[in-house]
Design a binder for this molecule. Structure first.
Ligand SMILES: *Cc1c(COP(=O)(O)O)cnc(C)c1O
Length: 434
């Protein structure tokens, strides 16, 4: 499989190069040249299959012949050491719980898969050279990527996070590891961290001195594994009752990684009816999905903070996947925004009426689904983080105080490297020997 750049100005590359460089030389993002269509027969048996079995079928279509089947199977099975349950809330609303991985957010799926793919390709780097993996985090990517790559031989991870924006629990997930995980606190915003990541990836002089890639969803191998669980959710619903043409999936949107993966899954043949893009008050995505452009804005802080993104990184992929036809995209994806008050009300309603605890991002998707679902349809909303990651919001909305947070207060924390939001500063850090 070859991968093309969404800017169409650089040559197509192999899977290996797409993964190990992160973004294309022309600054675009990689997408598969052809999106393989899954044979119809697959859907006849899908109801009985596990997440690992489904992921293996889809991964094999996407990654072979660049990686052999036995390795693909091992990578998929090592990625999914946890299940992704579909929980019934009402007879027509289900939660897809993507947070049962080691760092309690859906990002574990992409991070664990990417770490194993990079490790596989890294074995072929000339002796002694280390791979430097940069990731910008607004909260959950840092922990997931650090955990996914911790201890992987020949790889160093640099976690860029904005000063003062993450919860202590989120910081702890990468500050307490040490080893090959290097935390970098940036005196700026999350968008600064994303910009710096892209700047060092585009720095050809730096790249001639060090092997650098990214573990943000800029990297295509963070996104490909996210297609798997849409098939699995569909399968699980089919197992409960046979027919699936009425299924609508609501996705909480930040950098649009999950939305991009869902659109890819639909291109591969996932027979769902519609997607709902759920946002918090930072709702420029909704305008983008209708028109292909949006008015730049300064993001506000919300209680669904992983979605406080001004320029969602995966917009160019969405434009490419719909061939710039935003009219047809609008029929496939509808957008709904939720204020903090609506998010709190959804958390409260799910708890009071259905005894279900949800995190603020999942609650945003639930709100959007309830607003958007029409009679006769069944809906799935993505529950992207474990509610215990947001104990204060949960307490405010439900009165429930979640205790016993995993990994709480045991290890000593590393001191981060602190830098101003400039490329030169990050460059210096990346050029130091580890
Ligand atoms: C990252 C994140 C999101 C946003 O996902 P994207 O794929 O970037 O759109 C939503 N919820 C949680 C909990 C997250 O960590």
């Amino acid at each position: 499989m070859q991968f093309y750049s969404t800017n169409h100005k650089s040559a197509k590359v192999s899977l290996r190069e797409a993964v190990m460089t992160g973004i294309a030389a022309d600054g675009g993002l990689f997408l598969p040249e052809q999106i393989p269509v899954i044979p119809k027969a697959f859907f006849n048996n899908i109801a009985e299959m596990s997440i690992r079995e489904i992921a293996y079928v889809v991964a094999d279509l996407l990654l072979r012949p660049d990686i052999d089947s036995a390795t693909i199977k091992r990578i998929v099975y090592d990625t999914f050491t946890f299940d992704i349950p579909l929980t019934e809330i009402t007879p027509n609303i289900y939660a897809l719980e993507l947070f049962h991985g080691p760092t309690l957010a859906f990002k574990d799926v992409g991070a664990r898969f990417l770490a194993r793919i990079i490790s596989h390709f890294n074995d072929t780097l000339p002796g002694g050279e280390r791979m430097k993996v940069v990731v910008a985090t607004s909260g959950d990517s840092g922990g997931a990527v650090a955990s996914g790559f911790f201890g992987v031989p020949g790889v160093d991870v640099y976690v860029l996070y904005p000063h003062g924006r993450l919860t202590q629990f989120q910081r702890r997930q990468f500050l307490e590891l040490g080893g090959n995980v290097h935390p970098i606190e940036v005196n700026g915003t999350f968008d600064d961290c994303q910009r710096l990541t892209r700047e060092v990836l585009a720095d050809s002089q730096l790249r001639s001195q060090a092997h650098i890639t990214t573990a943000n969803s800029l990297n295509i191998c963070r996104l490909l594994p996210q297609t798997f669980y849409f098939f699995y959710a569909y399968a699980d619903l089919m197992a409960r009752s046979g027919e699936g043409s009425d299924v609508v999936i609501a996705i909480p949107c930040g950098n649009l990684g999950n939305l991009t993966a869902a659109l890819m899954a639909m291109k591969m043949g996932l027979p769902v009816k519609r997607l709902v893009a759920a946002t918090n008050s930072n709702d420029a995505v909704i305008q983008f999905l209708r028109t292909g452009s949006f008015t730049p804005f300064t993001p506000v802080r919300t209680i669904a903070s992983a979605m406080d993104v001004a320029t969602p990184a995966n917009m160019p992929r969405i434009t490419a996947l719909c061939d710039g036809d935003f009219g047809s995209l609008s029929r496939m994806v509808e957008g709904v925004a939720a204020s903090d008050e609506m998010i709190r009300e959804s958390i409260s309603r799910l708890y009071t009426d259905h005894h279900y605890l949800v995190d603020p991002h999942g609650a945003t998707a639930y709100h959007a689904l309830v607003e958007n679902l029409r009679p006769g349809e069944r809906g799935i909303f993505l529950s992207t983080a474990h509610p215990s990651k947001f104990p204060d919001t949960l307490f405010d909305s439900t009165g429930v105080r979640l205790k016993g947070r995993p990994g709480h207060g045991v290890r000593r924390l590393a001191a981060p490297i602190r830098i101003p939001p400039t490329r030169a500063a990050l460059r210096n850090v990346l050029l130091q020997k580890t």
